[in-house]
Design a protein around this ligand. Structure first.
Ligand code: ZN
Ligand code: ZN
Length: 130
């Protein structure tokens, strides 16, 4: 019985965390999501939020964007690039229709294998320009 109750609680936590990020295009960090989730689940820990975010990543519902050493969570899981505003640090999604493969001219050593690449555009967003 206790186990079933625990399971129900886990499902509810996962659902609330998913609802907090699923429409968020701002690429929030775990801390930002935690602040939001805490309004609905005041006793939840950052560790639990983090574990659930990792679960959503492994279920392919979220993508992780690494910026420096921090992870940002992205509900847009189709392949896309990012525009990063250097003035406000906001991250915008950039869809590229003609997805051509980018090949490095030369890898550092023989025998390396590329599995993916990440490209980012830097500049100033419309809000910061006006
Ligand atoms: Zn900006
Ligand atoms: Zn994105």
């Amino acid at each position: 019985m206790a186990k079933a109750r625990g399971q129900a609680r886990n499902t509810k936590q996962l659902r609330i965390i998913w609802e907090a990020v699923k429409d968020d295009k701002s690429h929030p960090t775990a801390d930002q999501i935690y602040d939001r989730v805490r309004k609905k689940l005041p006793t939840i820990s950052l560790g639990t939020v983090y574990r659930n975010l990792q679960k959503l990543v492994s279920d392919n519902k979220l993508q992780v964007l690494m910026r420096g050493r921090s992870q940002h969570f992205d509900p847009l899981v189709e392949h896309h690039q990012h525009f990063i505003c250097e003035a406000c640090d906001r991250v915008y999604d950039v869809l590229i229709d003609n997805q051509r493969e980018i090949r490095p001219a030369k890898l550092p050593h023989e025998g390396f294998r590329v599995t993916s690449h990440q490209l980012a555009f830097y500049g100033t967003c419309k809000d910061c320009l006006s």
